[in-house]
Design a protein. Structure first.
Length: 349
């Protein structure tokens, strides 16, 4: 008999289960991220110190057969912030599909939200044929917003070899002569890695960045500290001018499987003081890109959002791609009114 309860394992077991389920189901036909132990630990476990309120699992006589993981989070709705959660890693072993396990996991997650006074869970899910069924079938699911991507290609040859389709391979092959590599010339004056003492200024920058947002992930000081620095996972560069931090770029690397493997970089945060010139904003992003190329990153991606001008990304050699992801809310409680035309900030997870 299958029992639904709090996940009992660690980041290593969570990583193993999620990757096994997704790779065995879709890995031969679709590009997929590899959620390594170090990434899962950063996002959900924090060395065993993170709360497990929203780490829900299904066990069949002690064997893990399903997971639905989310992290406690503050969520911006309109001009206010509420308690909620953020996550989209719903996985059920192929041996136990069509047994209603996904629904049971969802109901347990919702019950925990109601018990704790949390209003909703927010997720950014990939669009396409392998979109998780949980986000399609749940009665309280609200798909709200198509999210485009910004993409920068560092190694078109590697992407062409990695791609599943002939059209993608031709695209990356033809694009090679036109790829912008001007980031290599950017100067590093005033740009350095993040230090914990930078946190108050970085929090102020992120607060300023969030002003246009009416729906999305909101940072507390504690959560931002973890986002900007944790072991060797995230990488954060700051721009210091006149002794004060006035800009930041935060990202992490992710292994992607396709026809072989590539390393991609995901940019989560980019924030600037109003006094920073367009040239210095571009220079900070380009220095972060220099670091990505040095580490062998094949491409970098970032969700488009209302917090950054498109001109910054164009000048640094990033290209806009339509679609690719969508924001979905699961609302387990009544009385939550979502914005009709939200301005979204979230993460590509």
């Amino acid at each position: 008999m299958v029992e639904v309860r709090t996940f009992e394992g660690d980041a290593a077991e969570a990583s193993w289960f999620i990757n096994r389920v997704w790779q065995s189901s879709y890995g031969k036909t679709s590009p997929l991220p590899v959620w390594s132990e170090r990434l899962i630990d950063w996002l959900l476990f924090r060395g065993g110190q993170a709360p497990r309120d929203y780490l829900v699992a299904a066990y069949d006589r002690g064997t893990l057969v399903g997971t639905l993981f989310a992290e406690p989070a503050r969520i911006r709705i309109g001009t206010r912030e509420v308690d909620g959660s953020y996550g989209s890693r719903a996985s059920v072993a192929s041996s136990h599909r069509r047994e209603g396990i996904g629904g049971r996991l969802t109901r347990e997650l919702f019950r925990r939200h109601r018990d704790r006074g949390a209003k909703l869970t927010l997720g950014c899910v990939a669009t396409g044929p392998h979109e998780p069924g949980l986000w399609k079938r749940a009665r309280s699911a609200h798909p709200l917003h198509g999210l485009g991507l910004w993409l920068h290609v560092f190694d078109a040859r590697a992407l062409a070899r990695w791609s599943f389709t002939d059209s993608q391979r031709r695209l990356f092959t033809l694009a090679r002569p036109f790829l912008c590599q001007g980031f290599r010339k950017a100067g590093t004056e005033g740009i350095r890695p993040y230090r914990p003492s930078d946190l108050p200024r970085c929090m102020a920058l992120v607060h300023r960045m969030m002003q246009p947002v009416t729906l999305g992930y909101a940072y507390t000081t504690e959560r931002l500290a973890h986002q900007l620095q944790y072991r060797d996972v995230p990488r954060t560069f700051v721009l210091e001018q006149d002794g004060e931090v006035r800009g930041l770029v935060n990202s992490y690397s992710l292994l992607m499987t396709g026809v072989g493997e590539i390393t991609a970089e995901v940019v989560d945060l980019m924030a600037f003081d109003d006094t920073v010139s367009a040239g210095d904003r571009q220079r900070l992003l380009q220095v972060a890109m220099q670091d990505m190329e040095r580490r062998g990153v094949a491409c970098a991606g970032m969700l488009r959002n209302p917090c950054l001008p498109a001109s910054l990304m164009w000048r640094a050699g990033w290209l806009p791609l339509p679609g690719g992801a969508k924001l979905t809310c699961l609302v387990p409680t009544s009385g939550v009114e979502l914005p009709a035309s939200p301005r979204v900030f979230t993460h590509l997870r």
